[in-house]
Design a protein around this ligand. Structure first.
Ligand code: NDP
Ligand code: OXD
Length: 309
């Protein structure tokens, strides 16, 4: 079988090595060296150029190097019948949960306030609170949201979660659907977004939602830039409705150098760095799906195109 690897952000050498260890017979071609496109049956991709996958006439599976497949689905030329599998990998899940904990701890221990005080050379102690006094709400209780919720709960935070369909998670107050969104938001200290970007969730982090959070809440968006209405965030920070925001994902990536988020005193910017798949563990997931494809067995982590995730 021939696999095409195409990603501007992942190391083709490390992935090729890790895949070959598991599937020695696999031929791997690295974009842009396609060779004969007719021979390619599988594509392992992150942000492939639009039209690339449509140019592979015998493609049987699209394996996403990312957990989110919104960019893939935006390509109007995407072959409609080819199954898409997204990345679900222990190293990705662990690194995301760790990143959520990091930012929740940062807010819980007032580091954003102390950074601001440092800029003014102000020495002022804020009395620490116990973790259960900080209420963290996670939008999206899938692979990543569930792991983050469990890690936060283990640390003693009060955790709430919101998803499309109802979930039961020990020690986590769960809410489902738009009808329960207000109750989910009402008492949050920190809102963490881990939703997939779909037509239903695009622009969900807007003025209307911020108005339903307690005054002075903090926002952590680690999902997609398209979830956030940027002008509404700037307005909410200006008015004090939100005290601070941490953003890892943006409508345009890389974030343009002249974007106001870069220099905003109440925004922390990271470069889509929240979570990553280590080739060693990610390759195992990919190899398992290629074995399944060859054997005609059901593929893992299939994307429901109609749902958008
Ligand atoms: P999953 O598909 O496992 O989980 C998605 C969750 O979102 C599910 O709980 C789902 O509900 C919920 N959801 C979807 N649509 C709605 C809706 N309309 N209303 C309420 N809840 C909804 O995804 P992952 O956890 O693996 O990944 C989530 C996202 O994280 C990715 O799509 C990607 O955008 C982002 N990501 C960001 C990274 C980074 O480095 N910044 C790295 C990896 C991922 P239900 O369970 O009911 O279906
Ligand atoms: C993503 C990822 O979907 O990096 O953002 O996996």
């Amino acid at each position: 079988m021939v696999l095409l690897f195409a990603s501007p952000d992942d190391d083709p050498v490390a992935w090729t090595r890790a895949l070959r260890r598991r599937l020695p017979e696999l031929e791997i071609r690295v974009y842009p060296d396609l060779g004969d496109p007719e021979a390619i049956e599988a594509a392992l991709v992150w942000s492939p150029p639009p039209g690339l996958l449509a140019a592979l006439p015998r493609l049987r599976v699209i394996l996403s190097l990312g957990a989110g497949v919104d960019r893939l689905l935006e390509d109007p030329t995407l072959p409609p019948e080819v199954p898409i599998c997204r990345m679900v990998d222990p190293s990705l899940t662990r690194s995301m949960a760790e990143f959520v904990l990091l930012h929740v701890l940062r807010y819980h221990r007032f580091l954003d306030v102390y950074e601001e005080q440092q800029r003014r050379a102000q020495w002022r102690l804020l009395l620490p609170r116990p973790p259960e006094a900080t209420v963290v709400g996670i939008m999206g209780l899938g692979e990543l949201g569930t792991a983050a919720a469990n890690l936060l709960r283990g640390h003693g935070f009060s955790v709430k979660g919101w998803s499309r369909t109802r979930k039961t998670l020990e020690g986590v107050k769960t809410y489902a659907g738009r009808d329960e969104l207000d109750a989910f938001l009402a008492d949050l200290s920190i809102l963490v977004c881990l939703l997939p970007l779909t037509p239903e969730t695009r622009g969900i982090l807007d003025r209307g939602l911020f108005a339903r959070l307690p005054e002075g809440a903090r926002l952590v968006n680690l999902a997609r830039g398209g979830h956030l209405v940027e002008e509404d965030l700037l307005e909410a920070l200006e008015s004090g409705r939100l005290a601070h925001a941490t953003l890892d994902v943006f409508a345009r990536e890389p974030l343009p150098a002249d974007h106001p988020f870069w220099r905003h005193p109440k925004i922390t910017v990271t470069p889509h760095a929240a979570a990553y798949s280590l080739p060693e563990s990610g390759a195992e997931v990919v190899a398992e799906n290629l074995r399944r494809l060859r054997a005609g067995r059901p593929l893992l982590h299939l994307v429901d195109r109609a749902r958008g995730y």
